[in-house]
Design a protein around this ligand. Structure first.
Ligand SMILES: Nc1ccn([C@H]2C[C@H](O)[C@@H](COP(=O)(O)OP(=O)(O)OP(=O)(O)O)O2)c(=O)n1
Length: 152
């Protein structure tokens, strides 16, 4: 796992968010689900989503949302990221569901937030919701999937 000094060099856009062994990831926007979706024979049909009005978002009980992370991220080739929820959210009955950040990925991270509680939960744009931890990958390939964006 990489520490602060390496992370600042590899993720300069996130310099002020670097922690001793990871990078804090701030919430940008929250989206609601607006239609059905499917995954059949690797044919993806993502549900339509609608941006909620911010900057303070109210998460209804027992409801799932998508959450985009502030600023685009570039994961350098040879490194992979895993995303873990901020424990304050877990202590508040809210989970952040994530997956793997592949070597070479560039774009906006999109996580799922679920309010497991019986009460509403309020969260503001800019607040940190997860921490990314970075690992060196031996013999790494490079991501070129459907969520890759073009670097400017
Ligand atoms: N919770 C997450 C986890 C990852 N990613 C980003 C970084 C990953 O490098 C990229 C692709 O993630 P996956 O490989 O998990 O996605 P799929 O396998 O579904 O997509 P593809 O078929 O394009 O590989 O999406 C994301 O936006 N949100």
């Amino acid at each position: 796992m990489l520490g602060e000094e390496e992370l600042i060099k590899l993720f300069p856009d996130f310099a002020e968010l670097v922690q001793p062994s990871g990078i804090d990831l701030p919430l940008d926007k929250i989206y609601t689900q607006e239609s059905e979706g499917s995954l059949i024979d690797n044919e993806k049909n993502l549900p339509e989503i609608k941006e909620m009005e911010g900057p303070v978002y109210t998460l209804k009980p027992h409801t799932a949302y998508l959450a985009s992370i502030d600023r685009k991220i570039k994961i350098p080739k040879g490194y992979s990221m895993l995303y873990l929820p901020r424990s304050t959210l877990l202590r508040s009955f809210v989970s952040v569901q994530t997956a793997v950040g592949d070597p070479g990925f560039y774009g906006t991270l999109m996580f799922m937030i679920y309010n497991h509680g019986d009460y509403e939960y309020k969260i503001k744009q800019g607040d940190r919701i997860a921490q990314g931890v970075v690992f060196k990958v031996e013999g790494s390939g490079e991501y070129n999937g459907s969520y890759q964006e073009e670097e400017k």
